[in-house]
Design a protein around this ligand. Structure first.
Ligand code: GLY
Length: 580
C-alpha cells in the first residue's frame, strides 16, 4: 500500500469509527442475560456447576475451578485432569494475571523422539499411546488458582465433579455423538474401553448413563489431600507403570517436579479496547495482537463483515502473523521470544505496507523471522458479581487425547507432545509447519494456540472470549472480537458467525459453510486466492463469549439492559450459557 492509500484507509477508519459499527443481523439465538454473573461452557452440566458456585458466594475463579473439574467428568473429549491448559484472570481491582498449567515434556524426552533411523516422522507416534503424553498440569493449575485467587474450600469445588463421576450422568445427543466419533480408537486401550464402551463393545448412547467410579475415587483423593494425591500418589504411580510397560517415557520424577508458572499476560490495544490474552508458551495472545495491530488501520466496519476487501485484509494479516507464530515462538524458559517486536505497532505498519491492496500474497515468498486441525480443546468464560473475569482454555489436545487410560485411574491422558515440532518443516496434527524454537526438550512446554482472552474498555471488563480449534483457536477468537468491535454483532452473532482461516502454510483460505457469498469468493479468486472448505465443509471451533453492559456495542451505547450477556457457540451441541 502506498502512502496515499494508507492515508485514505486511515480516513475511512476514522469515519467508520465515528459512525460506529455497521449493525448486521445474523440469525443466532438471543444472548443469555444475567445480573450477577455469567458462565459459558461447552457442557450444560458444567455450566450449572459454575452458576451454583457463584450463587453460593464463590468468585469467578472458584467457579472456574469447579467447572474445570466438572468438565473432566462430563466432557471427556477435552475436559480433563490428564492434560493441561491456561487461565487468564482479571480481578475486580483491575489486576490481570495468567496461569500456565500446560503439559511439560518428560525428562527423558529428546528432540528426535518421533523420528525413525532415517530421520522420518514415525506416523502417529506423537498422537497415540503413552509416548505422546506430556506431564499433566490441570490438577496443579486448578489448585494454584484456588489457593491464590479463589475463596472456597477445595472440597466444595470438587464435590459436583465427584458426584457426576460416582453417580453418573445421562448422555444427551451431543455427548453420545462426541464419544461415538472416538469409540474405535478408545476400544484399542483396555482401560479406556472399560470406561467408555458398554459390555457389548458399543459406546454409551443418548439417554444412557456414564458412571466413572475410578475417576471419582481419584477426584475424592484430590479433594481430601490436594494435588499431592495426584502427583505423588497412586494416580502418578499407575500412569508411570502403564507408560513404562507400553512404550512411554514418563517417570515418577516428571510428576514430582511439575510446577505451574504464573506469567504476565500479553496486552495490546485495539481501537481503544485493551486485550489481555495468553503469553508464550502460547502463541495466542501475541498473534491475536499482531493481527489486530495490522488490521487496526483498515476501515473494517466500513468495508463490512465478509466483504472481499475485509477478507483480503484479514487473510494477509493472518498470513504474516502465522509465519511469525510458526517460526519464532516457543517456551519462554527455553527461547528468547521476540514478543516486543511482534507487538510493536511499527512492525504492524511494516507488514501493512507489504500488503498489495489488489492481490493475494504468496506464503512461499514470506521468510520466517528466526508450526492441522482438531476441535478437541475446550474453552469456558466466567464473570462474577464483583466483575472478576476468568477465561480458561484447557485440553487433552486431540479428541480423548492419546486414547489411553492407566488402569485403575479413570484418567484419560493427553497427546500434547504433538504440539512440539517433531521435525522442522513437517506438518503436525493441525497442519502447522513449525521450526526449531518449538523443538522438543526435557521439561519444555510445547507451543500452544490457546487464547483465553479478556477485553477491557476504560478500565472495566468488556468481553471474555476464547475457543477450542487447534491452530484455528487464534483466528476464531480474533474473529469473535472483530465481529463485536468492528461489525456490530451481538455476542451470540459474534460467536456463531461463519469463519475464515489462514495460517501461512498451507497457502489456502479455509472457509466454513456459507462464510463467503459466491461473488465474494469469485472476487477473491480473481485476486489470487485459493480456498479449502465451503458449504459442505465441517464447522470448526466452539467459542464461549461474555459481553458486559449490553448484548452488542449498539445496545451498550443505548444503555443496555442486563449487566451480563453470554453466548455459547451453537457448534457445541451440549454447551450452554447461564446467568443469574
Ligand atoms: N493443543 C492445542 C493447542 O494448545 O494449541
Amino acid at each position: 500500500m502506498d502512502r496515499l492509500q494508507a492515508r485514505t484507509v486511515s480516513l475511512f477508519t476514522a469515519f467508520a469509527l465515528a459512525l460506529g459499527p455497521v449493525t448486521v443481523h445474523a440469525a443466532s439465538p438471543a444472548p443469555v442475560e444475567g445480573e450477577h454473573g455469567m458462565v459459558v461452557t461447552a457442557q450444560h452440566l458444567a455450566t450449572d456447576v459454575g452458576v451454583e458456585v457463584l450463587k453460593s458466594g464463590g468468585n469467578a475463579v472458584d467457579a472456574a475451578v469447579a467447572v474445570g473439574y466438572a468438565l473432566a467428568v462430563v466432557y471427556p473429549t477435552a475436559g480433563n485432569i490428564g492434560g493441561g491448559g491456561f487461565m487468564t484472570i482479571r480481578t475486580k481491582d483491575g489486576k490481570s494475571t495468567f496461569l500456565d498449567f500446560r503439559e511439560r515434556a518428560p525428562l527423558a524426552a529428546t528432540k528426535t523422539m518421533y523420528l525413525d533411523a532415517k530421520g522420518d516422522i514415525v506416523p502417529r507416534a506423537s498422537l497415540d499411546g503413552y509416548l505422546a503424553v506430556g506431564v499433566p498440569g490441570s490438577v496443579m493449575g486448578f489448585e494454584t488458582a484456588r489457593e491464590k485467587y479463589g475463596t472456597k474450600p477445595r472440597a466444595d469445588l470438587l464435590a459436583p465433579a465427584i458426584a457426576f463421576a460416582k453417580d453418573g450422568f445421562t448422555f444427551e445427543q451431543g455427548d453420545a455423538a462426541s464419544l461415538a466419533g472416538s469409540a474405535k480408537r478408545l476400544a484399542k486401550d483396555e482401560a479406556a474401553a472399560k470406561i467408555f464402551l458398554k459390555p457389548d463393545g458399543k459406546p454409551y448412547a443418548e439417554g444412557e448413563k456414564l458412571v466413572q467410579p475410578e475417576l471419582g475415587a481419584v477426584l475424592q483423593a484430590i479433594s481430601e489431600k490436594g494435588p499431592d494425591a495426584f502427583y505423588k500418589g497412586t494416580p502418578a504411580d499407575a500412569i508411570v507403570k502403564a507408560s513404562q510397560s507400553k512404550g512411554g517415557i514418563l517417570s515418577k520424577e516428571d510428576f514430582e517436579q511439575y510446577s505451574v508458572r504464573e506469567l504476565k499476560p500479553i496486552e495490546c490495544n485495539y481501537h481503544g479496547y485493551d486485550i489481555i490474552s495468553s503469553p508464550p508458551p502460547s502463541s495466542g495472545g501475541v498473534i491475536i495482537c499482531e493481527i489486530l495491530n495490522v488490521l487496526e488501520d483498515y476501515p473494517l466496519s466500513y468495508l463490512g463483515y465478509g466483504s472481499a476487501e475485509t477478507v483480503h485484509a484479514m487473510v494477509e494479516a493472518m498470513r504474516y502473523a502465522y509465519v511469525d507464530r510458526n517460526a519464532a515462538l516457543g517456551d519462554p524458559d527455553f527461547i528468547d521470544n521476540p514478543v516486543s517486536k511482534l507487538l510493536d505497532k511499527a512492525y504492524a505498519t511494516e507488514i501493512r505496507e507489504k500488503i498489495d491492496p489488489y492481490k493475494a500474497g504468496k506464503s512461499a515468498d514470506l521468510k520466517p523471522l528466526g508450526g492441522k486441525e482438531s476441535t478437541e480443546t475446550t474453552h469456558y468464560s466466567i464473570i462474577d458479581d464483583e466483575g472478576n473475569a476468568v477465561a480458561v482454555t484447557y485440553t487433552l489436545n486431540g479428541s480423548f487425547g492419546a486414547g489411553v487410560v492407566a488402569p485403575g485411574t479413570g484418567i484419560l491422558l493427553n497427546n500434547e507432545m504433538d504440539d512440539f515440532t517433531s521435525k522442522p518443516g513437517a506438518a503436525n496434527l493441525y497442519g502447522l509447519v513449525q521450526g526449531e524454537a518449538n523443538a522438543i526438550a526435557p521439561k519444555k512446554t510445547p507451543l500452544s494456540s490457546m487464547s483465553p482472552t479478556i477485553i477491557t474498555k476504560d478500565g472495566k471488563p468488556f468481553m471474555v472470549i476464547g475457543s477450542p480449534g487447534g491452530s484455528r483457536i487464534i483466528t476464531i477468537t480474533l474473529e469473535a472480537i472483530l465481529n463485536v468491535i468492528d461489525f456490530g454483532m451481538d455476542i451470540s452473532q459474534a460467536v456463531n458467525a461463519p469463519r475464515i482461516h489462514h495460517q501461512w502454510q498451507p497457502d489456502k483460505v479455509y472457509l466454513e459453510p456459507y462464510a463467503l457469498s459466491p461473488d465474494t469468493e469469485k472476487a477473491l479468486a480473481a485476486m489470487g486466492y485459493s480456498f479449502d472448505g465451503g458449504n459442505d465443509a465441517p464447522l470448526w471451533g466452539q467459542a464461549a463469549g461474555i459481553l458486559v453492559g449490553g448484548k452488542s456495542l449498539t445496545d451498550i451505547a443505548k444503555g443496555g439492559g442486563s449487566r451480563y450477556y453470554g453466548a455459547m457457540d451453537s457448534r457445541a451441541a451440549e454447551g450452554s450459557a447461564k446467568g443469574y
